[in-house]
Write a protein that binds this ligand. Structure first.
Ligand code: SF4
Length: 245
């Protein structure tokens, strides 16, 4: 089967791109903190765990605001507080839609990193593990489902350039851009479920299904806008059915 242009574009980006600052949130100070996975690998892990049913910007910012409240962001400092401390903090600051539950997810994540990874969350992805191993390790955190686990692994591989021994278990993360682009191109039908999109991406590039997050995101952001898509400038115009969306 001929390689789809979305895969070709994504591979080009993946192979050529150097590690750059990953855009996780708009606030530059918080973004720099989350990008510092050498000093604060646990900030990245804990931010991923917070990314549930609220705007991503708000969820990903929670570790930074906890650092400010605690005055330190070492795992030992975080683990020295109680669950009640975090529940009160989440409620008082209104960090999340589900403050009590997410405070528990946060605290349990801290304890897991302390106990299972000797306070060093980078051990989750150290030593060239398989993609399945990294996804599995994320899944072991309280509150982490397959969507978050594959998204977290995908960002580590694609954007932080963490070396893995394979990419088979990194599925696509169908956000609004991916959903819109795949449906307008006609690769999936307009009523396709999240699961259908995941399997279509597996079909397109089984050895790294999540790689097309790259191309879909870029095309969605630059050309395939929700209103008035810029089809005449789009690099995949010739292969797009331009299905009304
Ligand atoms: S050709 Fe138009 S509809 Fe198709 S992906 Fe590009 S911008 Fe979207």
């Amino acid at each position: 089967m001929k390689e789809h242009i979305l895969v070709t574009l994504a591979k080009r980006q993946f192979l050529n791109a150097e590690r750059e600052t990953v855009h996780l949130v708009d606030n530059p100070e918080i973004n720099a903190f989350l990008n510092d996975i050498e000093q604060y690998p646990h900030a990245y892990v804990l931010a991923c765990l917070m990314d549930r049913q609220i705007k991503a910007e708000k969820a990903w910012s929670i570790p930074f605001y906890i650092k400010e409240a605690v005055g330190s962001f070492t795992i030992n400092a975080l683990a020295s507080n109680s669950l009640e401390f975090y529940q009160n903090l989440f409620m008082e600051k209104g960090f999340h839609r589900f403050n009590r539950d997410m405070a528990e997810v946060f605290f349990s994540g801290v304890l897991r990193i302390k106990e299972e990874y000797w306070s060093d969350a980078s051990k989750i992805w150290a030593d060239n593990p398989s993609s399945a191993a990294v996804v599995y390790r994320f899944l072991q955190f309280k509150g982490c489902g397959i969507k978050i686990a594959t998204m977290a692994t995908n960002i580590l591989a694609r954007q932080f350039k963490i070396p893995l021994s394979d990419y088979y278990s990194i599925d696509i993360s169908p956000d609004v851009h991916v959903d819109r682009v795949l449906k307008r191109i006609g690769l999936v039908n307009t009523g396709a479920s999240r699961e259908a999109i995941v399997y279509k991406a597996r079909e397109l590039n089984p050895e790294f299904p999540g790689i097309i997050d790259f191309s879909c995101w870029e095309i969605g952001r630059q050309f395939c806008k929700p209103q008035k898509p810029l089809c005449d400038q789009c690099p995949i115009y010739s292969q797009c059915k331009r299905v009304p969306y």
